[in-house]
Design a protein around this ligand. Structure first.
Ligand code: SF4
Length: 178
C-alpha cells in the first residue's frame, strides 16, 4: 500500500499520469517489501515490537513476513551471528531471488557489537553485501523503521537495471557470489 505523500513524478493532467517505468516499478516495489527476519538474539525482540500495533511495520506495506528465502526480497539480520552460522546466513541470501536488499539491524549484525571474540562474525558484511546498517544495541523500533524507510528510498531511486550493472556484479564477485 502506498504511503500518504507518495507521489509519482511525471506529466499529469485530468485523469492521466505519464511517468517512467523505473519510477512506477520502484514505487510498487518499495511499498510491497516482503522481509525475511533472520533473528538470532535480542534485536529480534525489537523487531517483534516493530511489527506490533504501536509501530506497525504494516504501515509501510512490509507486514507480510516470509520465512522462505525464495519468497522474500528484504533480508533483515538481527542479532549476534556466530561464525558457525555464517554459511547458513549466506545460503539464505543466495537463495533469495533478485531484486533483493539487506539490512544489518543493530550493532551485532553490523560489526559484531560487544562480542569482539573469536567465535562471532564481526559484521555480516564479511560474508554478504549490506545495503543499510541500523546502529544501536538494541536499536529502538523507530530506528528499525528508519532503516526500512532508507531501503524504500533506495528501491524507489535505483534503476531497474542496477542489478545488471557492472558495479553490482563486481560487488557480488567480491563476495564470490555469482
Ligand atoms: S546489538 Fe545488542 S541488542 Fe542487538 S543482538 Fe547484539 S547484544 Fe543484542
Amino acid at each position: 500500500m502506498a504511503k500518504e505523500g507518495d507521489r509519482l513524478e511525471g506529466f499529469e493532467g485530468p485523469g492521466f499520469l505519464a511517468t517512467s517505468l523505473d519510477k512506477a516499478v520502484g514505487m510498487a516495489r518499495k511499498n510491497s517489501i516482503w522481509p525475511l527476519p533472520f533473528a538470532t538474539s535480542c534485536c529480534g525482540i525489537e523487531f517483534m515490537a516493530t511489527m506490533a500495533s504501536t509501530y506497525d511495520l504494516g504501515r509501510f506495506g512490509a507486514e507480510r513476513l516470509s520465512f522462505s528465502p525464495r519468497q522474500a526480497d528484504l533480508l533483515m539480520v538481527m542479532g549476534t551471528i556466530a561464525k558457525k552460522m555464517g554459511p547458513v546466513l549466506r545460503q539464505v541470501y543466495e537463495q533469495m531471488a533478485e531484486p533483493k536488499w539487506v539490512i544489518a539491524v543493530g550493532a551485532c549484525a553490523s560489526t559484531g557489537g560487544i562480542f569482539d571474540t573469536y567465535s562471532v562474525l564481526q559484521g555480516i558484511d564479511r560474508i554478504i553485501p549490506v545495503d543499510v546498517y541500523v546502529p544501536g544495541c538494541p536499536p529502538r523500533p523507530e530506528q528499525i523503521l528508519d532503516g526500512v524507510m532508507k531501503i524504500q528510498d533506495l528501491i524507489q531511486n535505483e534503476s531497474l537495471r542496477r542489478r545488471n550493472s557492472a558495479e553490482y556484479q563486481d560487488l557480488l564477485a567480491s563476495y564470490g557470489i555469482e
